[in-house]
Design a protein around this ligand. Structure first.
Ligand code: CMX
Length: 141
């Protein structure tokens, strides 16, 4: 068993850009016996999201709700598929500072409220070898 406390970030979920959230849900239900654990519309990001859970893992399905949505632009350019990797931390402010110090291009000045009661920020794909990375911290409920 790996001791995750030795690492600043661990995988939280994989974000998938989809054109039809219900069709994608049925696909992952068939593939993984995944279950829906959360549905939310994040107006500020122009997306509706659905979290699916299987074993100890999570997938976030993202469907654009308008043409300005980053997900709509992503699909128009690249088609549906893997949109981002999300890693969680126990101190998002410290992590933002650490990653800025390492030269990553952080898209937000401060963490913002993301789906499923989390604080989040993004690292630009251009400074991550072409992959959009979300860093998140679940908030206490
Ligand atoms: N993964 C990899 N590359 C991506 C990308 C992604 N998810 N999204 C955009 N890009 C690439 C584009 O393909 C493009 O590359 P080229 O220059 O080689 O063509 C480049 O980044 C610029 O893309 P763009 O369409 O011109 O878009 P913008 O520069 O306006 O925005 C980005 C790009 C990453 C800053 C923007 O998509 C963003 O802010 N993303 C973070 C927010 C987000 O995705 N929210 C939805 C998720 C919400 C949630 O999980 O709660």
């Amino acid at each position: 068993m790996v001791n995750t406390s030795n690492f600043p970030l661990v995988l939280d979920h994989i974000g998938m850009a989809v054109t039809d959230i219900d069709v994608a849900t049925r696909m992952y239900e068939k593939l993984l016996l995944a279950k829906i654990i959360h549905d939310e519309v994040v107006t500020s990001q122009g997306v509706m999201v659905r979290f699916l859970s299987f074993a100890d893992q999570k997938i976030e399905l993202l469907q654009a709700i308008n043409d300005d949505s980053p997900v709509a632009k992503f699909i128009a350019k690249r088609g549906p598929g893997i949109h981002h990797l999300a890693f969680k931390t126990s101190d998002i402010y410290e992590e933002m500072q650490r990653l800025r110090g390492k030269g990553f291009q952080i898209l937000q000045d401060e963490p913002i409220k993301g789906a499923y009661n989390k604080l989040i920020f993004f690292i630009h794909p251009k400074s991550m070898g072409g992959t959009l990375v979300e860093v998140c911290q679940p908030l206490a409920t």
